[in-house]
Design a protein around this ligand. Structure first.
Ligand SMILES: NC(=O)c1ccc[n+]([C@@H]2O[C@H](COP(=O)([O-])OP(=O)(O)OC[C@H]3O[C@@H](n4cnc5c(N)ncnc54)[C@H](O)[C@@H]3O)[C@@H](O)[C@H]2O)c1
Length: 306
C-alpha cells in the first residue's frame, strides 16, 4: 500500500516509518522538520520521499495516487498549543481537515489520525471508553475533537477515517520528547539521580509505548476497510480491559461493519481491530519499554545541526 505519513521527523513518526516499511508499505511523507536539528541517538537515515513542507501549504494533487494517509504532523502538546491558539487551530484543525479532503479527492481509502486521550479532559476514577463524552480542556485537545468531528463526516463507502485516541506515549526515540511524563521522570533520574513527583502521587495517566502506537496504526491499515471509526485510548490498562470485557461473540459483532446503507460510522476499538494478531493487548511494558530503541542503534547522537 502507498501510505502518506505526516510528521515523520517527530518523536513517534521516526519510529513508525521503519515499522510500516517492514509491513511492506511504500511510505511517502511530509514534515516541516521543526525538530530535525536534534537527535538523541544515532541511526536515523533520511527517509526517502519526504516533502519538506508545511502541512498548510499542501496543494491539490499532492496526494494523488496515495492509498492511505497516517496523520501525525501537528503542534503536539498542550503548552505549545496554548502559546498561540490561532496558529494551533490553523495547523491542528484546519490543515488536518484539509489534508483529509485532499486525501479523499486523491483517491485514498483510509485516513488514520493520531488523536489523543486528552479529548476526555480530566478524568475521575472511571475508565474512559469510546462511548465516554469528550471534555477537551485545551486548544490542542479541542482541535483533536474538531478533526474527529469534521473528518468523520467525510466517511463513506470509499473513505474510511480511523481515529486512535492515543494515551501519553513513552519510550526512547531518536527524536526524543522529554516533555512527556515517563520520559521526563526517566531523564531526571538519569541526570539528577532523583525522580521528582510534582503532584501528590495520586494522579493517574494512561501510557502507551511508541512501538505499540506504531503497531496499532499498522493494524488499522491492514484491517478490513469498512465504514467504521476506530477509537481507543490505547493504554495498556484500558486496552486490556476493553479486550477482556468483550466476549468473543460480542467482539465479532463489534468488528463487523455497519450495513453499507448506514450513514452512521460504527465505533470499534483498536484492541478489537488487532485482536486477531495479538489478543488486543499492548505488547511493551513500562519496565522494558524505556530500553527499547526500536530499529535504531542506541549510541548517542554525534550529529550536529543540518
Ligand atoms: N507523543 C504523545 O504522547 C502523543 C499522544 C497522543 C497523541 N499524539 C499525537 O501524535 C502525533 C505525533 O506526536 P509526536 O509526539 O511524534 O509529536 P512531535 O512534535 O515529536 O512530532 C510532530 C512532527 O510534526 C511536524 N509538524 C508540526 N507541524 C507541522 C506542519 N504545520 N507541517 C508539517 N509538519 C509539521 C514536526 O516538525 C514534527 O516532526 C501528534 O499529532 C500528537 O498530537 C502524541
Amino acid at each position: 500500500m502507498k501510505v502518506f505519513v505526516t510528521g515523520v521527523d517527530g518523536y513517534i513518526g521516526v519510529m513508525m516509518v521503519p515499522l510500516l516499511q517492514r509491513h511492506g508499505h511504500e511510505v511517502v511523507a511530509l514534515d516541516t522538520g521543526y525538530y530535525r536539528d536534534g537527535c538523541l541517538y544515532n541511526g536515523i537515515d533520511d527517509f526517502p520521499n519526504v516533502h519538506r513542507r508545511d502541512l498548510r501549504h499542501l496543494k491539490e494533487g499532492d496526494l494523488e495516487g496515495v492509498d492511505a494517509v497516517v496523520h501525525l504532523a501537528e503542534l503536539s502538546n498542550d503548552p505549545l498549543g496554548q502559546h498561540n491558539p490561532e496558529i494551533t487551530r490553523g495547523i491542528n484543525h484546519q490543515a488536518s481537515v484539509r489534508l483529509a479532503k485532499l486525501a479523499k479527492q486523491g483517491g485514498a481509502k483510509r485516513f488514520i489520525y493520531a488523536s489523543s486521550c486528552s479529548v476526555y479532559g480530566a478524568g475521575n476514577n472511571d475508565i474512559k471508553t469510546e462511548e465516554s463524552p469528550v471534555n477537551p480542556q485545551t486548544t490542542y485537545a479541542e482541535c483533536k475533537v474538531m478533526v474527529e468531528r469534521d473528518v468523520s463526516a467525510m466517511a463513506d463507502d470509499d473513505f474510511s477515517p480511523t481515529f486512535l485516541r492515543n494515551a501519553t506515549a513513552f519510550g526512547p526515540s531518536p527524536r526524543m520528547r522529554f516533555d512527556i511524563v515517563l520520559n521526563n521522570l526517566a531523564g531526571l533520574a538519569w541526570t539528577d539521580k532523583a525522580i521528582r513527583m510534582n503532584g501528590d502521587g495520586s494522579a493517574y495517566r494512561p501510557l502507551v509505548h511508541i512501538l505499540d502506537i506504531s503497531d496499532a496504526v499498522a493494524c488499522a491499515l491492514d484491517a478490513p476497510r469498512r465504514r467504521f471509526i476506530t477509537r481507543s485510548s490505547m493504554s495498556a490498562r484500558t486496552a486490556t480491559i476493553i479486550a477482556s470485557r468483550k466476549s468473543p461473540r460480542s467482539s465479532r459483532r463489534s468488528s463487523r461493519a455497519a450495513p453499507s446503507n448506514s450513514d452512521r460510522p460504527v465505533p470499534i476499538t483498536a484492541a478489537t481491530a488487532s485482536a486477531s494478531r495479538r489478543s488486543g493487548k499492548c505488547s511493551v511494558s513500562l519496565a522494558s519499554g524505556m530500553r527499547r530503541s526500536g530499529p535504531y542503534s542506541s549510541t548517542p547522537c554525534s550529529r550536529r545541526s543540518t
